[in-house]
Design a protein around this ligand. Sequence first.
Ligand SMILES: [Zn+2]
Length: 259
Amino acid sequence: MNGQGAFQPPSSACPALPERCPGKRPRLRLSPLRAWETRKRRKMSHALKQVFNKDKTFRPKRKFEPGTQRFELHKKAQASLNAGLDLKVAVQLPPGEEQNDWVAVHVVDFFNRINLIYGTISDYCTEQSCPVMSGGPKYEYRWQDEHKYRKPTALSAPQYMNLLMDWIEVQINNEDIFPTNVGTPFPKNFLPVVKKILSRLFRVFVHVYIHHFDRITQMGSEAHVNTCYKHFYYFVKEFNLIDTKELEPLKEMTSRMCH
Ligand SMILES: [Zn+2]
């Protein structure tokens, strides 16, 4: 098990996330590849590609429909990132945009990216290596849902991750929570659901950083993971979307990484 001491300092380099094949459901459509992303993707380590390609458990990306407002907003968010804007600035709501739209676009994007990051180490996150979904000895997460696990239940990390990703996928594809039509208002429970999604995604970072950072380093993707983490952290802080208590397991690292 790697302690937090194994963390690497964030690098300013930001290898782009590999974009995946089009999603099977034409719901929240993400933009097609940008040229710079393609170039960087080609440089991605062979190992990373191999791990991803053979992994069938990981979901195709959610996509935004080209021509829709969401798609335009997604492009806007990407453009700020491409322009090399400080991540702290890049997460800010652009003038004239609706906050819920901005949040929805980011939630889908973070789901795609964090899902992919977990996908790269999932072969190493097994019932044997991680019989408990934890973040070091101090933090253990229990799964609860409205189906099989009505009471908080201790599960292995891979079981927990599968349920977590499935659950988020259901939420972001639920038209009642993430309406895709611009005219349809977001429901009253939109922000509570978003907060839950982001808190759960944060736990993926906790587990990956504390238990699998050696693998991330071996693959040479620490700069990429760190950049994704910083982006995520600045975003949730900007809109106050995760309780401080939930952020505690990575508090020390965050204070070194995010200023
Ligand atoms: Zn694990």
